[in-house]
Design a protein around this ligand. Structure first.
Ligand code: PLP
Length: 473
């Protein structure tokens, strides 16, 4: 419809919301501070503002449709406007939108907790809810430290993290995985958690070598700092490092070392959980059961903010008060968030898990289809390593393929290529000079093929500009 502005001019609005796209862009720039976004660059460009979704596509306020090539930042499982998910949330809405879990229960949180315990790796018997991946990690870290304190070993307050790791942006999570660019003002605030090298692919190093090197480093830390380490935290596939799968046997090796030194193993499956790597949980690939498991992102199918930290019965038991000893109240886990166990989010998660059961058997074939779609990229100029784990892929852009010479930090080649890919009709978000492609798991074989084509064409469209940048021009 047309609306008349104060100066008498006519502005076309999109149906329903009554605000013209131009006006939304102005107000977005005026009022919204975007996460993980260099705002000067954002304010200087024309913003993408999403208005609706359908299937695995998103529509912007100007009516253009794009493939959701990031799964809305690694969350989305079944696509958008999924009838069963929408209906589950609506029917919960008819009962109640929110009630607290502090000292009381709510129905969907109970049903979901039982379901999560049933599907999670063995031994994880308790579910502690929160609302984002970072909070799920904070909770795991605090549980690990307090577990040892409750057992009379308060000296075990350090957690071993890995180089290149990412566990979220709250201070506790940053403490076990920091990045000089992202976290430089906070480095002085962080505890001295030891960092071990992740077995990242390395030219001239075999899988066995890099796995052994990384495990030996962990072992050395646990040996040298006996009595100081409470846990090791790991991503089964490093996501924010640019989709980096470790060599086979790495996770099982870590489990063995943690058992030997009696240290807890925290597995952060916020990115990898719920089918992303082709199995329900990535730990399953090596039959590893962690002591604490962090879940988030895909838990609600990408619909609502919900996260969970799963713990073993043994950890849970260490937090119980001792009858007749009032001072043992301090063993309690005094941690909570306002929206912990939100019923709408739990209802969405339950419906998402139902759909995921149907989807899971198809995932290996879809991962193979994705590998097929990515294969031709390896012959493109400026493409270095292409890494994949299930339906997540990282494509490194390099200035010189033979030597692996990287592009300069400026101009940002990742964003340059992503712009061309957007012009072709797909949204992806690069990390540094790595293109990260994370399609919704519900993408059909034909859609995966089409998205792969857009990636290739977008990259070809950028070739001349990349050539100039590679030459230093
Ligand atoms: C995204 C992510 C987090 C943080 O989750 P948020 O919901 O963004 O706080 C933690 N760990 C991993 C592995 C992630 O990929």
């Amino acid at each position: 419809m047309e609306i008349t502005m104060g100066d008498g001019s006519q502005v076309r609005t999109e149906d329903g919301d009554g605000i013209a796209p131009e006006m939304l862009e102005i107000q977005d720039k005026a009022f919204v501070w975007h996460p993980f976004t260099a705002m000067r660059e954002y304010l200087g460009a024309s913003p993408l503002i999403i208005k609706r979704g359908r299937g695995i596509k998103l529509q912007d306020t100007r009516g253009r449709w794009y493939f959701d090539g990031t799964s809305s930042i690694w969350l989305n499982v079944h696509g958008h406007r999924v009838e069963k998910l929408d209906a589950a949330i609506r029917s919960q809405l008819d009962l109640i939108a929110h009630s607290t879990l502090l000292g009381q229960g709510n129905v969907p949180s109970i049903i979901l907790a039982k379901r999560l315990v049933e599907i999670a790796p063995g031994g994880l018997g308790k579910v502690f809810y929160s609302d984002s991946g970072a909070t799920a990690v904070e909770i795991a870290l605090k549980m690990a430290v307090q577990y040892w304190a409750n057992l009379g070993q308060p000296g075990r307050r350090l957690i071993v993290g890995f180089s290149g790791g990412y566990h979220g942006d709250t201070l506790g999570a940053v403490g076990v995985a920091h990045d000089d660019l992202f976290h430089w003002p906070f480095l002085g605030l962080l505890p001295p958690h030891p960092i071990a090298p992740y077995p990242r692919p390395d030219r001239g190093q075999s899988d066995d070598e890099r796995r052994a090197r990384s495990l030996a480093a962990v072992e050395k830390i646990l040996h040298d700092r006996e009595g100081e380490i409470g846990a090791v935290i790991v991503e089964p596939v490093q996501g924010a490092a640019g989709i980096v799968p470790p060599p086979g046997g790495f996770l099982a090796g870590l489990r063995e070392i943690c058992d030997r030194f009696q240290v807890l193993l925290i597995v952060d499956e916020v990115a990898t959980g719920f089918g992303r790597t082709g199995r329900l949980f990535a730990c399953e690939a090596e039959g590893v059961a962690p002591d604490l498991l962090c879940l988030g992102k895909g838990l609600t199918g990408g619909y609502l903010p919900l996260a969970a930290t799963l713990a073993t019965q043994e950890i849970f038991d260490a937090f119980l008060t001792v009858p007749g000893r009032p001072e043992s109240r301090r063993r309690t886990f005094f941690h909570g968030h306002s929206y912990t166990g939100n019923p709408l989010a739990c209802a969405a998660a339950l419906a998402s898990l139902d759909l995921l059961e149907e989807l899971l058997p198809e995932l290996p074939a879809k991962a193979a289809a994705l590998a097929g779609a990515l294969a031709p990229l390896r012959d493109r100029p400026f493409v270095g390593e292409v890494r994949q784990a299930g339906l997540m892929a990282g494509i490194d852009l390099v200035a010189d393929r033979a030597s692996g010479r990287p592009f300069p930090a400026e101009p940002h080649v990742g964003f340059l290529v992503a712009r061309h890919i957007a012009d072709r009709g797909m949204i992806i978000r690069p990390i540094g000079s790595t293109l990260v492609f994370v399609p919704p798991l519900a993408a059909t074989f034909a859609e995966l093929e089409e998205m792969g084509g857009i990636l290739r064409n977008g990259l070809d469209d950028a070739a001349l500009e990349l050539e100039r940048i590679a030459r230093g021009g």
